[in-house]
Design a protein around this ligand. Structure first.
Ligand SMILES: N[C@@H](CCC(=O)N[C@@H](CS)C(=O)NCC(=O)O)C(=O)O
Length: 316
């Protein structure tokens, strides 16, 4: 288990009770705004992201940057695939010298510098203000929404259009606990009861989403919106990782016609495929969670080496 910070010092996380996995709440919840007078105005080049290619929450943030053409507006520090006992390790070979952030070895150093007495988990994504050195947010859903709504440009898609906002929020609620967090609740359960509850909720959630996608191309309608950017990272990891690693073996995504069609359709959106590194993702899960995979074996995986090719077959 990775450690956490308690009063700024790296410590073991307390053991979770009743066999259930609980994600700690995000500690930093400020916002970038389109208002030029705001504390954190939407300014290209001012903000920095700490991201992992393996993490589904980070993947949602990266997809917002990709779909809105904002990749160059932010500097990024990437994590190594495999987590250490001391948490996320910063990738040194990809390090962006021009980003004007210190070259740390571990992510916890970023938290310690911003708030020396910080208590909380050391998670990605992290959104940092390079002017003040403050951490603005560690909550991916907020980061996705604030980038989409603050960095407005007529040429880029609106991922939270007003006419679909209620439906996007409704669907986000349906997928958040049972599916996006649910796969972790299943995989990290340490009692049969906790596993049974989480797995039933997960498959009920997938059945609901399958029914929605039988009538719509994307979750809220004909065009991709924010909620698709939240679901896709989990679906992408499902068959290659979660089925074996998290013991989620009633059905695969390939058993669901609408979910499979949707996964391939989403991967064909321009700039999406560049955000996917399945080898990195698989190495992360199978080698980082040694408490559930002590020997660190990486299984062969479905259709080895060909998953991306299959997903993007026929891409324009
Ligand atoms: N609520 C957060 C959750 C982020 C999160 O849990 N990230 C995981 C990676 S997938 C992490 O960094 N875990 C490290 C830890 O919990 O120690 C968000 O959505 O941004």
């Amino acid at each position: 288990m990775p450690k956490m910070l308690i009063n700024g010092i790296l410590r073991d996380k307390p053991v979770q009770s009743e066999g259930c996995f609980h994600r700690l709440p995000s500690s930093f919840r400020s916002w970038i705004s389109s208002d030029a007078e705001a504390d954190f105005p939407a300014t290209s080049g001012r903000y920095h992201l700490y991201l992992s290619k393996a993490c589904p929450w980070c993947h949602g943030v990266e997809l917002v940057l990709a779909l809105k053409g904002l990749r160059e507006a932010f500097s990024i520090t990437w994590m190594d695939s495999v987590m250490s006992e001391d948490g996320w390790v910063i990738n040194q070979s990809d390090f962006d010298e021009s980003a004007s952030v210190p070259r740390d070895r571990y992510l916890y150093q970023v938290y310690q510098r911003a708030v020396p007495s910080h208590t909380g988990a050391i998670t990605v994504p992290v959104l940092l203000d390079k002017h003040s050195g403050q951490i603005i947010s560690t909550e991916s859903a907020d980061i996705m929404r604030m980038i989409d709504t603050a960095f407005v440009d007529a040429a880029s898609p609106d991922l939270y259009p007003a006419e679909f906002a209620a439906e996007i929020d409704r669907l986000a609620e349906i997928i958040q606990a049972p599916i996006r967090n649910g796969v972790y609740r299943v995989g990290f359960a340490t009692t049969q009861e906790a596993y049974d509850e989480a797995i039933h909720q997960l498959y009920a959630g997938l059945d609901t989403v399958e029914a929605v996608l039988n009538t719509r191309r994307f979750l809220a309608g004909a065009m991709p919106t924010e909620v698709d950017l939240k679901l896709f990272p989990t679906l992408l990891r499902f068959d290659p990782v979660y089925v074996t690693h998290f013991k989620i073996d009633r059905n695969r995504i390939t058993d669901y016609p609408a979910l499979s069609r949707y996964l391939a359709d989403f991967a064909r959106i321009p700039d999406v495929v560049e955000t996917i590194d399945l080898q990195h993702i698989r190495a992360h899960y199978f080698l980082s969670h040694r408490h559930i995979n002590p020997s660190g074996i990486i299984p062969i995986g479905p259709n080895p080496g060909n998953i991306i090719a299959d997903l993007t077959k026929g891409a324009a």
